[in-house]
Design a protein around this ligand. Structure first.
Ligand code: AR6
Length: 183
């Protein structure tokens, strides 16, 4: 089975990949952080362990971060010059306030990438691990936010979502096809 899908909107390639967020060739990667930016397991554990202790020190200078917001640090020992730390909502039923906050994570990261002339960015599926957001709903919110952003005006060349296991990939691929109207 293929482990990647792609589509294009304007000048932007939008991709879904099965892989590891801490091993991407993009200029920026996104950390699914908590408000105090302390390393945990999952995405933040993988990112901090490759970046090294300098990342923790840099995070402590910019914490705390409100849910839905984002801050940038260098990537230190990662292959990426930048790490975006965004805080997804903790799932408590998925009402409009939660879905808006999740969408805001993607929108704010993309806006900040554009503002910093960053041309490629890779996201994990924010909130779908420890924070418990159902993957189907979270994937549709992620791709809708990306689609809205990329339609027409983005200067970002690559926007990628990286998922870590095959069952997540299958769920995200279905959402990708639905949101981008692909067969
Ligand atoms: N690469 C890509 N995706 C991954 C990786 C990886 N290396 N590891 C896990 N995933 P999570 P959250 C998937 O829990 O739900 C942290 O400890 C995983 O399967 O990392 O936003 C923070 O410090 C899941 O689908 O993030 C916070 O306290 C998705 O990435 C809290 O957890 C997100 O899982 C944030 O929880």
């Amino acid at each position: 089975m293929d482990t990647a899908v792609k589509t294009t909107k304007g000048k932007t390639s939008i991709e879904l990949l099965l892989g590891d967020i801490s091993n991407q060739d993009t200029e920026a990667i996104v950390n699914a952080a908590n408000r105090s930016l302390t390393p945990g397991s999952g995405v933040s554990g993988a990112i901090h362990s490759v970046a090294g202790p300098e990342l923790y020190e840099a995070c402590q200078k910019v914490a705390p971060v409100e849910t839905g917001n984002v801050v940038i640090t260098p990537g230190f020992h990662l292959p990426n010059p930048y790490v975006f730390h965004t805080v997804g909502p903790f799932y408590q039923g998925g009402g409009p306030a939660e879905s808006t906050l999740l969408a805001r994570c993607y929108e704010n990261c993309l806006k900040l990438a554009e503002k910093n002339n960053i041309r490629s960015i890779a996201f994990p599926s924010i909130s779908t691990g420890i924070y418990g957001y159902p993957k189907k709903d979270a994937a549709e919110i992620a791709f809708s936010s990306i689609k809205k952003f990329a339609t027409g005006r983005s200067t970002i060349s690559v926007i990628r979502i990286v998922v870590f296991d095959m069952s997540s990939f299958v769920i995200h691929k279905k959402a990708f096809k639905k949101i981008f109207n692909l067969k």
